[in-house]
Design a protein around this ligand. Structure first.
Ligand code: GLN
Length: 302
């Protein structure tokens, strides 16, 4: 298997390097608009503990919405199933930053991975703590999961989004008006923008996903099962169906161009390429995962 994986990664890397249509960077966050789309990195951790990487696997990138997975794990740890009174578990079929459903559905977001749902989840994870304390817990969680202390928040990215994140301010204020935010919108968004600004390499991110693959016990197994279910159904927003169809694995994307994908019991996979498709998910990242799933037979659908 180890030899096979190295061959698969080399083939995928070669194919991705040749691609000319590499998608568009997320330019609504100025700091992300400057990232070079020529970059590509892929890393896989197997059940035997070995790690296999190719390309720019040691270059840190902004994990953005992938952080929602770790934030959800913390919120569930603090609130348990009570969280589900404030956020649902259904795909939205709309863009990650859409405000459309929020009014007709009384301020209860469809799921914890769209922005509205992640803002509520962050509010819940904050509980009665200062954002600094929540972010410290989040970083400790991610560092423990990755087995690496060298993981930090990129403050320039957080600042950049704080200055331009008007849609998120709109979502947070609407949630507050509907009574689904305990803390002040500015406070919750401060925590949310900093959480999104965590920078990691695919090497680190693949290791941080081990608890979701069942290789490391950080949270209860029934919680990892549920987080994986939400990643499969909601992790790519209005591209979730397409991702399940093409890749067949629970996955969570971020507008920094990263994707964390889980083959339960088999592998934790992280891929990064900054160019995005129309749904805001990494274009080459998706293609690389599709190739990997086809070559390994890791699709959870057989
Ligand atoms: N910080 C980003 C936002 O709120 C995260 C979005 C994403 O990665 N899809 O817009």
């Amino acid at each position: 298997m180890t030899a096979d994986i190295a061959q698969h990664l080399a083939a995928i890397q070669a194919e991705m390097a040749a691609r000319t249509d590499r998608g568009q960077v997320a330019d609504y966050i100025p700091q992300l608009a400057a990232v070079d789309t020529a970059q590509f990195g892929l890393s896989v951790v197997l059940a035997d503990g070995t790690q296999h990487s190719t390309g720019d696997s040691a270059v840190p990138f902004s994990i953005q919405s992938i952080s929602k997975v770790f934030g959800l794990a913390i919120a569930l740890g603090r609130l348990g199933d009570q969280l589900w009174t404030r956020v649902r578990r259904e795909p939205s079929g709309l863009a990650f930053n859409s405000i459309l459903q929020l009014e007709s559905e009384d301020g209860i977001p469809r799921n914890p991975f769209i922005n509205a749902g992640a803002i509520v989840t962050t509010d819940a994870a904050l509980a009665r703590r200062a954002p600094r304390e929540y972010l410290a817990e989040l970083l400790t969680f991610v560092r423990t999961a990755a087995g690496d202390e060298d993981i930090h928040i990129d403050r320039a990215v957080a600042k950049s989004e704080t200055e331009t994140g008007h849609r998120n301010f709109a979502l947070a204020h609407f949630l507050k008006a509907e009574g689904n935010l305990t803390n002040a919108p500015e406070l919750v968004l401060g925590a949310y923008f900093h959480q999104c600004a965590i920078a990691m390499t695919v090497d680190q991110l693949a290791r941080a996903g081990r608890f979701l693959a069942g290789f490391q016990r950080l949270i209860a197994p029934e919680r990892t099962r549920r987080i994986n279910a939400l990643m499969l159904t909601c992790g790519h927003y209005d591209g979730s169906g397409e991702f399940a169809f093409r890749v067949g694995l629970p996955g969570k994307s971020g507008v920094g161009g990263g994707i964390l994908a889980i083959a339960p019991g088999r592998a934790s996979i992280a891929v990064w390429s900054p160019g995005l498709n129309a749904q805001g998910n990494s274009q080459l990242g998706t293609e690389a995962l599709e190739m990997l799933a086809r070559r390994t037979g890791w699709s959870i659908f057989g």
